[in-house]
Structure formats: structure tokens, C-alpha cells
Design a protein around this ligand. Structure first.
Ligand code: NAD
Ligand code: UDP
Length: 379
């Protein structure tokens, strides 16, 4: 037990970690990890009420798939700090252990290298399903695998959630709106996706995953949450990720030219990762009656050229803007309508683009590029 933990109490018969405990005697809780040992983690689980920063928090067993990735690792940080028992599962396709290295020695964190397309068997209370390559270059590298990751990954986490009676939250995406004709995009908009294009493996995979989530919810009463995430950026984006923010910062810091695809007039709305983690956790902990889908993003809208100019200004890079062909089906505009998140979750983003870029640039300056290998040649 860390010294931070002041008080513990065995809780029996409540919803949550100890829901499945049927034993006649209370378990010893002299050790956080010790409490989980035994024949079956589910049957031996205890709920710990942990004194943390002045209030009591019930510790839950939480699985984060894709937990070593950019967003997953920030989520793991927050859940570990909240003293939950966190299992990070990842096949390290588009991430590296470096993102979670600082968590590896902690008693309430464990890492499993596993692929979500294969069945999972764990006992948990909550699942955040973030496993999926997110950058176009990398998800298009093996499109069939990308579709399998979304669809089979969803089936596997939903099956597990059904068996464990766990809550499960899906990291969906603004890509379900495709190249939208409605602007900004509300959740009620059904999208304009090319089902046979090069982005379809991701877009349609995520749409199918949403379908599975809602069918498991309706048919099997699985307790779900679905969030549609708009472009999010920040420290721990893989430098060879290939997404626009990481590309522009890496290029600017190296003094290279900045590659703008198309004429740079297409727009995106950029959300800083800390804002996203706040609302993802709020959504998971919100009422069971509000399952989503809910848009998560920063409504500030910028052209890609404006983004390039801001990065160059902040880095003081010597490169110039160079123009490359626009990839097929690249959406021309994107901006979330976040009325639902504001109303239902009382959330809105706090970090504006300039401030978030400064933090991200500081991170990129702090890492050694030689520590990173490109996930695929497409960045
Ligand atoms: P990321 O690539 O850093 O993280 C994805 C993680 O999933 C990586 O660690 C990767 O190794 C892992 N992964 C991929 N395939 C896997 C598999 N088959 N089995 C196990 N692990 C696998 O990207 P991210 O930006 O952190 O995205 C996280 C999630 O959020 C993704 O589901 C993505 O679709 C979603 N999302 C992100 C954004 C964004 O702007 N960052 C926007 C919309 C949706
Ligand atoms: N983009 C760009 N240069 C790059 C990488 C991306 O101009 O080096 C453009 C891309 O064509 C798209 C936008 O930036 O219009 C956002 O791309 P990203 O891959 O980050 O996300 P997504 O297209 O999935 O929103």
C-alpha cells in the first residue's frame, strides 16, 4: 500500500468491484495486489474505499484497450492516479511502451500485450475500448486488419462486458460523419461515408462497432457508452504517427518543409488530450440512461494552412509550406456540435489551440526521436 492511501474498508454486496463476491468472510486487505490473488479474481475481488485528496473513491478494476497509445496512456495515467486497478492492453502496433514506462512499476497498473481481435478473458468492472490505429496512413496500411480490430475488437469487449456485467465505453470517431454535408456536425447527423473508399476500413469499422454496441445494449442489456471523438492532439502522439499535428511539429522542429495536403483550406477542430480525458471519464461515470453517442471535441475550427502557420510561428521553424495532393475522401470540413456534451455532462474544452500546441511542442522537444520506430512506412 502506498502511503497516500489512508483508509481502507472492505465493502461487500455493493455494485462495483465486489459485486460478484459471495464469500462468507471479509477478505484481508492489507495489500492492494494481495486482495486480488486467489482462485478467481472475480470471486476474490474486494472494493477498496481509498482516501484520496480529501474524499473517498471506490477503486474499480478497469481495462483500457489501446492503453499504450496516445489517448489510452493519458487515460491510464488519470485512472492510476485515481487509485483504480488498471489493466492496459495493447498490441503496440501504433504505440510504444515508452508511453506507459512510468506506470509499469506501480502496484495498481499492469500491461498485457494482446491483440483485441482475439478473445479476452479478464474480470473487470469497466472497459474503455480505445484499441484501433487512428492515423490514416497507418490504418490504411492493412485495411482488413483495421476493420477486424474495430469489429472483432468490439465483439470481444462487448462479450466480456456481458459476462462480467462491466460497463464498456467505445472510442468512436467523427469519421462516422465522413465528409459531412451538415456543419457543424450534431449527433443526429447520419453522415456521408464512402463505403468503398480508402478511409472506409476505419470509418465503416467504427460505424459497425457503434452498431454492435447498441445491439448488445438493446439485446443483452450491456451497459454501454459511445463517444465520437473529433481530432485530438497532445504529448505522446507518436512522432511518426502521420497525423497533421504530429507531422507539422516534427517537420518544423527538424527545420523541414511543412507538407500541406491539398490547398490547406480543409478544416479541422482540435481538442487537447487533457480535455478529452476529463469528459471520457465523466461519460463513463455518468448516468446509465445516457449512453450517447456524444460528440467530444473542441469547436474551434481552423484551416490546415492556419494550423501550419501557427506551428511554424511557435517553433520558429525555417521550413516553408509545400503542397501535396489531397488524399482521397479527405473530409473538407469538420467541427463538432457539442451541445449534448455541455448539457448532459456539463463539459466543454478549456485548452485553446495555441496553448495546447505549446505543450505538445515542448513534449516533442523533450523526446529523443531515435527512440521511436515508425509503425508503417506511411507517415
Ligand atoms: P493511437 O494509435 O496512439 O492509439 C491506438 C492504440 O491501439 C495503439 O496503442 C495501438 O497499438 C493499439 N492497437 C491498434 N490495434 C490494436 C489491436 N488489434 N489490438 C490491441 N491494440 C491495438 O491513437 P489514439 O489517437 O490514441 O486513438 C485511440 C482511440 O481513439 C482509437 O480507437 C481512435 O480511433 C480513437 N480516436 C482518436 C482520435 C484522435 O484524434 N486522437 C479521434 C477519433 C477517435
Ligand atoms: N494533413 C496535411 N499534412 C500532413 C498530414 C495531414 O495537410 O502532413 C491534412 C490531411 O489531409 C487532413 C488534415 O490534415 O486534411 C487532418 O489529417 P489527420 O490525418 O490528422 O486527421 P483526419 O484526416 O483523420 O482528420
Amino acid at each position: 500500500m502506498t502511503s497516500f492511501v489512508r483508509a481502507l474498508e472492505v465493502v461487500r454486496g455493493q455494485r462495483g468491484v465486489c459485486r460478484r463476491w459471495r464469500g462468507p468472510t471479509p477478505l484481508a486487505v492489507d495489500s492492494y495486489t494481495g486482495a486480488r490473488q486467489g482462485k478467481s479474481p472475480a470471486r476474490n475481488a474486494v472494493a477498496l474505499v481509498v482516501y484520496s485528496k480529501g474524499f473517498f473513491v471506490k477503486s474499480k478494476r478497469i481495462l483500457v484497450t489501446g492503453g499504450a497509445g496516445f489517448l489510452g496512456s493519458h487515460l491510464c495515467d488519470r485512472l492510476v492516479a485515481q487509485k483504480h486497478d488498471v489493466i492496459c492492453l495493447d498490441n503496440l502496433f501504433t504505440s510504444q511502451k515508452i508511453n506507459i514506462q512510468h506506470l509499469l512499476g506501480k502496484s495498481n497498473f499492469e500491461f498485457i500485450r494482446h491483440d483485441v481481435t482475439h478473445p479476452l478473458w479478464l474480470e473487470v468492472d469497466e472497459i474503455y475500448n480505445a484499441a484501433c490505429p487512428a492515423a490514416p496512413g497507418h490504418y490504411q496500411f492493412n485495411p482488413i486488419k483495421t476493420m477486424k480490430t474495430s469489429v472483432m475488437g468490439a465483439i470481444n469487449v462487448l462479450g466480456m462486458a456481458k459476462r462480467c456485467k462491466a460497463k464498456v465505453l467505445q472510442f468512436s470517431t467523427s469519421e462516422v460523419y465522413g465528409d459531412p454535408e451538415v456543419h457543424p456536425q450534431p449527433e443526429s447527423y447520419r453522415g456521408s461515408v464512402n463505403p468503398i473508399g480508402t478511409r472506409a476500413c476505419y470509418d465503416e469499422g467504427k460505424r459497425a462497432a457503434e452498431t454492435l454496441f447498441f445491439d448488445y445494449h438493446r439485446s443483452n442489456k450491456v451497459n454501454i457508452r459511445v463517444v465520437r471523438i473529433f481530432n485530438t492532439y497532445g504529448p505522446r502522439m507518436h512522432p511518426y504517427d502521420g497525423r497533421v499535428v504530429s507531422n507539422f511539429i516534427r517537420q518544423a522542429l527538424a527545420g523541414e518543409d511543412i507538407t500541406i495536403f491539398g490547398d490547406g483550406s480543409q478544416t479541422r477542430s482540435f481538442c487537447y488530450c487533457d480535455d478529452l480525458v476529463d469528459v471520457i471519464i465523466a461519460m463513463m461515470n455518468g448516468p446509465d440512461s445516457f449512453v450517447g453517442p456524444v460528440n467530444i471535441g473542441n469547436p474551434g475550427e481552423f484551416t490546415i494552412k492556419q494550423l501550419a502557420e501557427m506551428v511554424l510561428e511557435l517553433v520558429g521553424g525555417k521550413g516553408k509550406l509545400v503542397y501535396k495532393p489531397l488524399p482521397s475522401d479527405d473530409p473538407m470540413q469538420r467541427k463538432p456540435d457539442i451541445t449534448l456534451a455541455k448539457t448532459k455532462l456539463g463539459w466543454e474544452p478549456k485548452v485553446q489551440l495555441r496553448e495546447g500546441l505549446q505543450k505538445t511542442i515542448a513534449y516533442f522537444k523533450s523526446v529523443n526521436m531515435d527512440d521511436f520506430r515508425a509503425p508503417t512506412p506511411n507517415y
